[in-house]
Design a protein around this ligand. Sequence first.
Ligand SMILES: [Zn+2]
Ligand SMILES: [Zn+2]
Length: 447
Amino acid sequence: MKEAKILIKRGRVIDPLTGIDQIADVLISDNKIQSVDTNIDLIADPDVMEISAEGLVVCPGFVDLHAHLREPGFEYKETIATGTKAAVKGGFTSVCAMPNTDPAIDTPSMIEFVKMKGKSDASCRVYPIGAVTKSRKGKSIVDFLEMYSAGAVAFSDDGDPVYDSEIMRLALEYAGPLNVPIMNHCQDLTISPNGVMAEGEVSELLGLKGIPNSVEEVMVARDIALCKATGSKVHVSHVSSAGSVELIRLAKSQGINITSEVCPHHLTLTDEAVLTDGGYFAASPGNAYDTNAKMYPPLRGESDVDALIHGVQTGVIDCIATDHAPHDVVSKHTTFDCASFGISVFETAVGSLLSLVRDQTLSLPKMIEALTIAPCRVLGDAFEEYGTLKEGTVADVILIDPEIDWVVDTKEFVSKGKNTPLEGQRLKGRVVLSLVDGQIMFDELEK
Ligand SMILES: [Zn+2]
Ligand SMILES: [Zn+2]
Protein backbone atom coordinates (compact mmCIF):
# COMPACT_ATOMS: atom_id res chain seq x y z
CA MET A 1 0.00 0.00 0.00
CA LYS A 2 1.22 3.46 -0.84
CA GLU A 3 1.87 5.52 2.29
CA ALA A 4 0.08 8.87 2.41
CA LYS A 5 2.19 11.97 2.30
CA ILE A 6 2.01 14.34 5.25
CA LEU A 7 2.55 18.06 4.77
CA ILE A 8 3.10 20.09 7.95
CA LYS A 9 2.39 23.73 7.06
CA ARG A 10 3.76 26.97 8.45
CA GLY A 11 5.22 25.88 11.77
CA ARG A 12 8.36 27.29 13.38
CA VAL A 13 10.72 24.59 12.16
CA ILE A 14 13.75 24.08 14.39
CA ASP A 15 16.41 21.56 13.39
CA PRO A 16 19.67 22.11 15.29
CA LEU A 17 21.69 19.83 12.97
CA THR A 18 20.94 21.80 9.82
CA GLY A 19 20.66 25.12 11.68
CA ILE A 20 17.13 25.77 10.44
CA ASP A 21 14.98 28.00 12.66
CA GLN A 22 12.27 29.62 10.56
CA ILE A 23 8.62 29.41 9.54
CA ALA A 24 8.53 26.61 6.98
CA ASP A 25 6.73 23.53 5.68
CA VAL A 26 7.84 19.93 6.19
CA LEU A 27 6.88 17.25 3.68
CA ILE A 28 6.95 13.60 4.73
CA SER A 29 6.73 10.86 2.16
CA ASP A 30 7.49 7.12 2.36
CA ASN A 31 8.24 7.52 6.10
CA LYS A 32 11.09 9.92 5.31
CA ILE A 33 11.59 13.66 5.46
CA GLN A 34 11.24 14.57 1.81
CA SER A 35 11.78 18.31 2.08
CA VAL A 36 11.78 21.34 4.37
CA ASP A 37 11.03 24.57 2.54
CA THR A 38 9.34 27.93 2.99
CA ASN A 39 6.35 27.08 0.82
CA ILE A 40 5.54 23.58 -0.34
CA ASP A 41 2.27 23.56 -2.27
CA LEU A 42 0.69 20.17 -2.96
CA ILE A 43 -2.93 21.23 -3.03
CA ALA A 44 -3.62 19.21 -6.17
CA ASP A 45 -2.21 15.98 -4.73
CA PRO A 46 -5.06 13.80 -3.34
CA ASP A 47 -2.63 11.65 -1.33
CA VAL A 48 -1.50 14.50 0.89
CA MET A 49 -2.66 14.89 4.46
CA GLU A 50 -2.14 18.52 5.40
CA ILE A 51 -1.55 19.59 9.00
CA SER A 52 -1.57 23.26 9.96
CA ALA A 53 1.23 24.04 12.39
CA GLU A 54 0.65 27.76 12.67
CA GLY A 55 1.81 28.94 16.09
CA LEU A 56 3.47 25.56 16.75
CA VAL A 57 7.07 24.41 16.91
CA VAL A 58 8.02 21.61 14.51
CA CYS A 59 11.19 19.71 15.40
CA PRO A 60 12.78 16.25 15.31
CA GLY A 61 11.38 13.71 17.77
CA PHE A 62 13.24 13.62 21.08
CA VAL A 63 15.79 10.89 21.80
CA ASP A 64 15.93 9.86 25.46
CA LEU A 65 19.20 8.33 26.61
CA HIS A 66 17.85 7.35 29.99
CA ALA A 67 14.50 5.77 30.86
CA HIS A 68 13.32 2.90 33.01
CA LEU A 69 10.64 0.95 31.15
CA ARG A 70 10.70 -1.68 33.95
CA GLU A 71 10.08 -4.70 31.71
CA PRO A 72 10.78 -7.53 32.38
CA GLY A 73 10.17 -8.04 36.07
CA PHE A 74 8.46 -4.86 37.23
CA GLU A 75 5.43 -4.73 34.95
CA TYR A 76 3.37 -3.45 37.89
CA LYS A 77 5.43 -0.22 37.70
CA GLU A 78 5.55 0.18 33.90
CA THR A 79 5.70 -1.87 30.72
CA ILE A 80 7.31 -1.21 27.37
CA ALA A 81 3.77 -0.58 26.06
CA THR A 82 2.72 1.95 28.73
CA GLY A 83 6.14 3.59 29.03
CA THR A 84 6.47 4.27 25.32
CA LYS A 85 2.87 5.50 25.13
CA ALA A 86 3.85 8.07 27.75
CA ALA A 87 7.06 8.76 25.82
CA VAL A 88 5.34 9.73 22.55
CA LYS A 89 2.88 11.85 24.53
CA GLY A 90 5.94 13.74 25.77
CA GLY A 91 7.54 13.97 22.30
CA PHE A 92 10.10 11.17 22.74
CA THR A 93 10.25 9.07 19.58
CA SER A 94 13.35 7.04 20.60
CA VAL A 95 13.92 5.73 24.10
CA CYS A 96 16.96 3.93 25.50
CA ALA A 97 15.83 1.42 28.11
CA MET A 98 17.94 1.00 31.24
CA PRO A 99 18.83 -2.59 32.15
CA ASN A 100 17.93 -2.63 35.87
CA THR A 101 15.07 -5.02 35.22
CA ASP A 102 14.53 -8.49 36.68
CA PRO A 103 16.39 -10.31 35.30
CA ALA A 104 18.84 -7.59 34.35
CA ILE A 105 19.57 -7.01 30.66
CA ASP A 106 22.98 -8.67 30.83
CA THR A 107 22.91 -11.30 28.05
CA PRO A 108 22.33 -11.17 24.28
CA SER A 109 19.02 -13.01 24.72
CA MET A 110 17.79 -10.33 27.14
CA ILE A 111 18.79 -7.67 24.60
CA GLU A 112 16.76 -9.62 22.02
CA PHE A 113 13.81 -9.71 24.43
CA VAL A 114 13.72 -5.90 24.80
CA LYS A 115 14.07 -5.45 21.04
CA MET A 116 11.29 -7.95 20.36
CA LYS A 117 8.96 -6.31 22.91
CA GLY A 118 9.88 -2.94 21.44
CA LYS A 119 8.77 -4.12 18.01
CA SER A 120 5.52 -5.73 19.16
CA ASP A 121 4.34 -3.43 21.99
CA ALA A 122 5.99 -0.03 21.72
CA SER A 123 4.65 3.28 20.41
CA CYS A 124 8.18 4.49 19.64
CA ARG A 125 11.66 3.15 18.95
CA VAL A 126 13.18 1.27 21.89
CA TYR A 127 16.92 0.70 22.23
CA PRO A 128 18.26 -1.59 24.93
CA ILE A 129 21.14 -0.50 27.14
CA GLY A 130 23.09 -3.52 28.37
CA ALA A 131 24.31 -3.96 31.94
CA VAL A 132 28.04 -3.39 32.50
CA THR A 133 28.33 -6.25 34.99
CA LYS A 134 26.60 -9.61 35.33
CA SER A 135 23.29 -9.20 37.20
CA ARG A 136 24.45 -5.60 37.80
CA LYS A 137 26.33 -6.84 40.83
CA GLY A 138 29.50 -4.93 39.98
CA LYS A 139 31.75 -8.00 40.20
CA SER A 140 32.45 -9.21 36.65
CA ILE A 141 31.82 -7.60 33.29
CA VAL A 142 29.39 -8.88 30.66
CA ASP A 143 30.44 -10.01 27.18
CA PHE A 144 30.47 -6.58 25.53
CA LEU A 145 30.98 -7.79 21.97
CA GLU A 146 28.11 -10.31 22.11
CA MET A 147 25.76 -7.79 23.73
CA TYR A 148 26.72 -5.09 21.24
CA SER A 149 26.23 -7.49 18.32
CA ALA A 150 22.76 -8.32 19.69
CA GLY A 151 21.83 -4.61 19.72
CA ALA A 152 22.99 -2.95 22.95
CA VAL A 153 23.50 0.75 22.17
CA ALA A 154 25.34 1.56 25.42
CA PHE A 155 26.20 -0.04 28.75
CA SER A 156 25.18 0.99 32.26
CA ASP A 157 24.53 -0.49 35.71
CA ASP A 158 22.17 2.43 36.40
CA GLY A 159 20.32 2.27 39.66
CA ASP A 160 23.81 1.53 40.93
CA PRO A 161 27.20 2.94 40.00
CA VAL A 162 29.96 0.87 38.45
CA TYR A 163 31.59 1.09 41.81
CA ASP A 164 34.84 -0.85 41.47
CA SER A 165 37.37 1.32 39.63
CA GLU A 166 39.16 -1.66 38.08
CA ILE A 167 35.83 -3.01 36.76
CA MET A 168 35.10 0.44 35.29
CA ARG A 169 38.55 0.56 33.69
CA LEU A 170 38.11 -2.94 32.21
CA ALA A 171 34.62 -2.07 30.94
CA LEU A 172 36.02 1.00 29.19
CA GLU A 173 38.81 -1.08 27.62
CA TYR A 174 36.23 -3.49 26.16
CA ALA A 175 33.66 -0.86 25.13
CA GLY A 176 36.29 1.37 23.51
CA PRO A 177 36.77 -0.56 20.24
CA LEU A 178 32.96 -0.82 19.87
CA ASN A 179 32.72 2.97 20.19
CA VAL A 180 29.77 2.74 22.59
CA PRO A 181 29.49 4.77 25.80
CA ILE A 182 29.57 3.47 29.35
CA MET A 183 26.88 5.49 31.14
CA ASN A 184 27.64 5.78 34.82
CA HIS A 185 25.32 6.60 37.70
CA CYS A 186 27.92 8.50 39.71
CA GLN A 187 27.44 7.82 43.40
CA ASP A 188 30.19 7.09 45.91
CA LEU A 189 28.40 4.50 48.02
CA THR A 190 30.58 5.05 51.08
CA ILE A 191 29.65 8.72 51.51
CA SER A 192 26.38 9.14 53.38
CA PRO A 193 25.07 5.68 52.42
CA ASN A 194 21.64 6.22 53.97
CA GLY A 195 21.00 9.68 52.55
CA VAL A 196 17.52 10.29 51.15
CA MET A 197 17.60 13.91 49.96
CA ALA A 198 20.14 16.66 49.23
CA GLU A 199 22.17 17.76 52.23
CA GLY A 200 21.25 21.32 53.16
CA GLU A 201 18.84 23.53 55.06
CA VAL A 202 15.78 21.56 54.01
CA SER A 203 17.20 18.17 55.03
CA GLU A 204 18.19 19.69 58.37
CA LEU A 205 14.76 21.22 58.88
CA LEU A 206 13.04 17.92 58.14
CA GLY A 207 15.53 15.77 60.02
CA LEU A 208 16.26 13.69 56.92
CA LYS A 209 19.67 12.23 56.15
CA GLY A 210 21.42 14.36 53.53
CA ILE A 211 23.29 13.41 50.35
CA PRO A 212 26.15 15.89 49.85
CA ASN A 213 27.28 16.97 46.38
CA SER A 214 30.61 15.21 46.92
CA VAL A 215 28.83 11.83 46.61
CA GLU A 216 28.54 12.54 42.89
CA GLU A 217 31.66 14.65 42.33
CA VAL A 218 34.09 12.04 43.69
CA MET A 219 32.97 9.52 41.09
CA VAL A 220 32.74 12.05 38.24
CA ALA A 221 36.40 12.91 38.96
CA ARG A 222 37.35 9.21 38.93
CA ASP A 223 35.51 8.60 35.67
CA ILE A 224 37.24 11.55 34.04
CA ALA A 225 40.59 10.04 35.01
CA LEU A 226 39.59 6.62 33.61
CA CYS A 227 38.17 8.23 30.49
CA LYS A 228 41.48 10.00 29.91
CA ALA A 229 43.48 6.83 30.58
CA THR A 230 41.48 4.60 28.22
CA GLY A 231 40.30 7.09 25.58
CA SER A 232 36.92 5.31 25.62
CA LYS A 233 33.52 7.02 25.82
CA VAL A 234 32.26 7.85 29.31
CA HIS A 235 28.80 9.37 29.66
CA VAL A 236 27.86 10.82 33.06
CA SER A 237 24.20 10.11 33.79
CA HIS A 238 21.91 12.62 35.53
CA VAL A 239 24.42 15.32 36.56
CA SER A 240 23.02 17.17 39.58
CA SER A 241 25.76 19.26 41.19
CA ALA A 242 27.54 22.48 40.24
CA GLY A 243 30.87 20.85 41.12
CA SER A 244 30.28 18.06 38.58
CA VAL A 245 29.53 20.63 35.88
CA GLU A 246 32.86 22.32 36.62
CA LEU A 247 34.75 18.99 36.53
CA ILE A 248 33.19 18.10 33.17
CA ARG A 249 33.94 21.57 31.80
CA LEU A 250 37.60 21.21 32.74
CA ALA A 251 37.81 17.69 31.28
CA LYS A 252 36.27 18.80 28.00
CA SER A 253 38.63 21.76 27.79
CA GLN A 254 41.47 19.22 27.89
CA GLY A 255 39.95 17.23 25.03
CA ILE A 256 38.81 14.29 27.18
CA ASN A 257 36.09 12.19 25.51
CA ILE A 258 33.40 12.68 28.16
CA THR A 259 29.71 13.49 27.67
CA SER A 260 26.87 14.02 30.11
CA GLU A 261 23.16 14.51 30.60
CA VAL A 262 20.88 16.36 33.00
CA CYS A 263 17.22 15.69 33.83
CA PRO A 264 14.35 18.19 33.48
CA HIS A 265 13.64 18.08 37.24
CA HIS A 266 17.23 18.95 38.16
CA LEU A 267 17.01 21.94 35.82
CA THR A 268 13.73 23.26 37.19
CA LEU A 269 13.27 22.24 40.85
CA THR A 270 15.20 22.56 44.10
CA ASP A 271 15.18 20.49 47.29
CA GLU A 272 12.38 22.75 48.54
CA ALA A 273 10.03 20.53 46.53
CA VAL A 274 10.36 18.01 49.37
CA LEU A 275 8.68 20.54 51.67
CA THR A 276 5.48 20.70 49.68
CA ASP A 277 3.12 17.81 49.30
CA GLY A 278 0.99 18.17 46.24
CA GLY A 279 1.11 14.42 45.75
CA TYR A 280 -1.38 12.10 44.14
CA PHE A 281 -2.19 10.38 47.42
CA ALA A 282 -1.85 13.42 49.63
CA ALA A 283 -4.22 13.11 52.56
CA SER A 284 -3.57 16.70 53.57
CA PRO A 285 -1.92 18.82 50.91
CA GLY A 286 0.61 21.20 52.35
CA ASN A 287 2.45 18.59 54.40
CA ALA A 288 6.17 18.16 53.92
CA TYR A 289 8.05 14.90 53.23
CA ASP A 290 6.68 14.60 49.71
CA THR A 291 7.88 11.21 48.46
CA ASN A 292 7.02 12.39 44.93
CA ALA A 293 10.08 14.62 45.22
CA LYS A 294 12.38 11.71 46.09
CA MET A 295 14.67 10.61 43.28
CA TYR A 296 18.34 9.79 42.73
CA PRO A 297 20.28 12.00 42.44
CA PRO A 298 18.25 14.28 44.71
CA LEU A 299 16.95 17.75 43.89
CA ARG A 300 19.62 20.18 45.05
CA GLY A 301 20.06 23.90 45.76
CA GLU A 302 19.50 26.94 43.59
CA SER A 303 23.19 27.43 42.77
CA ASP A 304 23.32 23.85 41.45
CA VAL A 305 20.23 24.44 39.30
CA ASP A 306 21.78 27.63 37.88
CA ALA A 307 25.06 25.83 37.08
CA LEU A 308 23.18 22.98 35.37
CA ILE A 309 21.15 25.34 33.17
CA HIS A 310 24.30 27.26 32.27
CA GLY A 311 25.99 23.91 31.56
CA VAL A 312 23.34 23.00 28.97
CA GLN A 313 23.28 26.46 27.40
CA THR A 314 27.08 26.47 26.99
CA GLY A 315 27.30 22.86 25.80
CA VAL A 316 29.28 21.58 28.81
CA ILE A 317 26.32 19.28 29.46
CA ASP A 318 25.44 17.69 26.14
CA CYS A 319 22.00 16.21 26.65
CA ILE A 320 18.73 16.41 28.50
CA ALA A 321 17.50 12.92 29.46
CA THR A 322 14.41 12.08 31.50
CA ASP A 323 15.49 9.33 33.91
CA HIS A 324 11.78 8.45 33.75
CA ALA A 325 11.58 6.09 36.73
CA PRO A 326 7.95 5.14 37.39
CA HIS A 327 6.86 3.36 40.57
CA ASP A 328 3.79 1.61 41.90
CA VAL A 329 1.64 3.06 44.69
CA VAL A 330 3.14 1.02 47.53
CA SER A 331 6.72 2.05 46.71
CA LYS A 332 5.83 5.72 47.17
CA HIS A 333 2.90 5.79 49.58
CA THR A 334 5.10 5.35 52.62
CA THR A 335 7.54 7.36 54.75
CA PHE A 336 10.15 9.49 53.01
CA ASP A 337 12.94 7.25 54.32
CA CYS A 338 11.30 4.08 53.00
CA ALA A 339 9.99 5.39 49.66
CA SER A 340 11.69 4.32 46.42
CA PHE A 341 13.84 6.77 44.49
CA GLY A 342 12.36 7.85 41.14
CA ILE A 343 9.62 9.85 39.43
CA SER A 344 7.57 9.81 36.26
CA VAL A 345 8.97 12.34 33.76
CA PHE A 346 7.98 11.70 30.12
CA GLU A 347 4.68 13.58 30.24
CA THR A 348 5.92 16.70 32.04
CA ALA A 349 9.40 17.14 30.49
CA VAL A 350 8.51 19.64 27.76
CA GLY A 351 6.17 21.68 29.96
CA SER A 352 8.78 22.13 32.65
CA LEU A 353 11.70 22.76 30.26
CA LEU A 354 9.75 25.46 28.41
CA SER A 355 9.64 27.47 31.65
CA LEU A 356 13.42 27.93 31.23
CA VAL A 357 12.91 29.13 27.66
CA ARG A 358 10.34 31.68 28.83
CA ASP A 359 12.73 32.83 31.58
CA GLN A 360 15.37 33.19 28.86
CA THR A 361 17.86 31.07 30.76
CA LEU A 362 17.82 28.42 28.01
CA SER A 363 17.19 29.04 24.32
CA LEU A 364 14.60 26.91 22.53
CA PRO A 365 17.05 25.71 19.82
CA LYS A 366 19.53 24.70 22.56
CA MET A 367 16.82 22.85 24.47
CA ILE A 368 15.84 20.98 21.30
CA GLU A 369 19.48 20.24 20.45
CA ALA A 370 19.99 18.69 23.90
CA LEU A 371 16.97 16.44 23.28
CA THR A 372 17.70 15.43 19.68
CA ILE A 373 21.02 15.59 17.88
CA ALA A 374 23.14 15.71 21.06
CA PRO A 375 21.95 12.32 22.38
CA CYS A 376 22.34 10.87 18.86
CA ARG A 377 25.97 11.99 18.88
CA VAL A 378 26.52 10.28 22.24
CA LEU A 379 25.16 7.03 20.78
CA GLY A 380 27.39 7.27 17.72
CA ASP A 381 27.33 6.78 13.97
CA ALA A 382 24.38 4.37 13.91
CA PHE A 383 22.15 7.27 14.98
CA GLU A 384 23.12 9.65 12.20
CA GLU A 385 19.67 9.32 10.63
CA TYR A 386 17.84 10.37 13.80
CA GLY A 387 17.37 13.59 15.73
CA THR A 388 17.20 15.75 12.60
CA LEU A 389 14.82 16.90 9.86
CA LYS A 390 17.51 16.56 7.19
CA GLU A 391 16.08 15.43 3.86
CA GLY A 392 16.09 11.67 3.41
CA THR A 393 16.21 10.85 7.14
CA VAL A 394 13.50 8.95 9.04
CA ALA A 395 10.34 10.93 9.75
CA ASP A 396 10.39 11.12 13.55
CA VAL A 397 8.80 14.54 13.97
CA ILE A 398 6.93 16.30 16.76
CA LEU A 399 4.76 19.39 17.05
CA ILE A 400 4.83 21.45 20.25
CA ASP A 401 2.27 24.07 21.23
CA PRO A 402 4.33 26.41 23.44
CA GLU A 403 1.29 28.41 24.56
CA ILE A 404 -1.08 25.76 25.99
CA ASP A 405 -1.71 26.26 29.70
CA TRP A 406 -2.37 23.04 31.55
CA VAL A 407 -2.38 21.60 35.04
CA VAL A 408 -0.45 18.42 35.82
CA ASP A 409 -2.97 15.76 36.81
CA THR A 410 -1.44 12.32 37.22
CA LYS A 411 -4.85 10.71 36.79
CA GLU A 412 -4.43 11.67 33.12
CA PHE A 413 -0.94 10.13 32.84
CA VAL A 414 -0.69 7.18 30.49
CA SER A 415 2.41 6.07 32.38
CA LYS A 416 1.66 3.68 35.22
CA GLY A 417 3.90 5.85 37.39
CA LYS A 418 1.81 8.57 39.04
CA ASN A 419 4.70 10.08 40.99
CA THR A 420 5.75 13.61 40.20
CA PRO A 421 6.51 16.63 42.36
CA LEU A 422 4.67 18.65 39.70
CA GLU A 423 1.24 17.24 40.57
CA GLY A 424 -1.32 20.05 40.55
CA GLN A 425 1.11 22.57 39.10
CA ARG A 426 0.40 24.77 36.12
CA LEU A 427 2.72 24.30 33.14
CA LYS A 428 2.78 26.07 29.80
CA GLY A 429 3.44 24.20 26.58
CA ARG A 430 3.04 20.58 25.55
CA VAL A 431 3.51 18.20 22.67
CA VAL A 432 0.42 17.98 20.45
CA LEU A 433 1.54 15.55 17.74
CA SER A 434 4.21 12.84 17.51
CA LEU A 435 5.16 11.01 14.35
CA VAL A 436 7.35 7.93 14.55
CA ASP A 437 8.63 6.65 11.22
CA GLY A 438 6.05 8.84 9.47
CA GLN A 439 3.15 7.34 11.47
CA ILE A 440 1.01 9.38 13.88
CA MET A 441 1.59 7.80 17.30
CA PHE A 442 0.16 10.62 19.42
CA ASP A 443 -2.35 13.25 18.33
CA GLU A 444 -3.83 15.94 20.52
CA LEU A 445 -4.07 18.60 17.83
CA GLU A 446 -7.84 18.93 18.03
CA LYS A 447 -7.97 19.44 21.80
ZN1 LIG B 1 20.84 6.56 38.13
ZN1 LIG C 1 18.04 6.02 36.05
